[in-house]
Design a protein around this ligand. Structure first.
Ligand code: ADP
Ligand code: MG
Length: 240
């Protein structure tokens, strides 16, 4: 059984159809890259899977481990094991890094999770999560908090964006740590070199999946044409 099975999902905001009859499935511990240029609906799809306020599908279903979740609230989906790293790192104020990483499990040792994202635990655990941290440090701490949650599905919305970009090497480390712990990753990106680290990939264009297959196939398709041209075309290897 697929861990995540999105079937014929649509989302409309006003007159605009932002997600249009989209189907996508992911297995447990699969890293699936979602490639698409700006404005094609990548973040919207992430919000629909996570259940963010105001993002209720106009049609279709989202099955997670066999359960329909498209009408569940965000905290219920979090309890089922779905989590998300936002495109912009969230700013928390007034708690230490150690407290932040142990919010959901105060018995957890946070040190290994900081090490996994390239931060020395001894230098960061007692620091406050505040404006004194750089954008890159905040992003790493947020990724460490995701690893510490041991989710079943982590959605990374453009993990390389932000004030201090993380290197591809950093992103690979975090994704591999997720995969090793059995967590599936939806890796949203507009960069084909990041998509290449996934097990499978799909390209989204105007809210529809236009190509699915190996990351190499999908990256080649993505590079070969402009997104606007492909709304009515599908690549030969599409597996909806
Ligand atoms: P991406 O992440 O691929 O860059 P988004 O999912 O953020 O794209 O947005 C896709 C399109 O949908 C954009 O044109 C955006 O302005 C529009 N959009 C997203 N959410 C809403 C909303 N709640 N209301 C109106 N338009 C929206
Ligand atoms: Mg986006």
């Amino acid at each position: 059984m697929a861990l995540l099975a999105i079937k014929n999902l649509s989302f409309q905001a006003g007159a605009a159809k932002i997600i249009d009859d989209l189907s996508l499935s992911m297995d447990q511990a699969e890293v699936h890259a979602l490639l698409g240029t700006n404005g094609t609906g990548k973040s919207t799809l992430a919000y629909l899977i996570m259940g963010c306020e105001g993002y209720w599908p106009t049609a279709g279903t989202i099955l997670f481990a066999g359960q329909a979740i498209q009408t569940r609230r965000i905290h219920e989906r979090a309890q089922l094991g779905i989590t998300m790293a936002w495109q912009e790192p969230v700013r928390f104020e007034g708690i230490s890094v150690a407290q932040y990483l142990t919010l959901t499990n105060r018995h957890l040792d946070p040190a290994p999770y900081l090490a996994m994202v390239g931060l020395q635990p001894g230098r960061y655990l007692a620091r406050m999560v505040d404006k004194c941290l750089s954008g890159g440090e905040r992003k790493r701490i947020e990724l460490a908090s995701i690893l510490a949650l041991h989710p079943r599905l982590a959605i990374f919305d453009e993990p390389d964006s932000g004030i201090d970009m993380l290197s591809i090497h950093d992103i690979i480390n975090v994704i591999n740590a997720c995969k090793t712990s059995g967590c599936a990753v939806l890796l949203i990106t507009h960069r084909e070199e990041i998509a290449l680290i996934a097990d499978r990939a799909s390209q989204i264009c105007r809210g529809r999946i236009v190509c699915s297959g190996s990351p190499q196939q999908v990256a080649a398709y993505y590079k070969s044409r402009e997104c606007l041209a492909c709304a009515t075309e599908v690549c030969a290897d599409e597996r909806p």
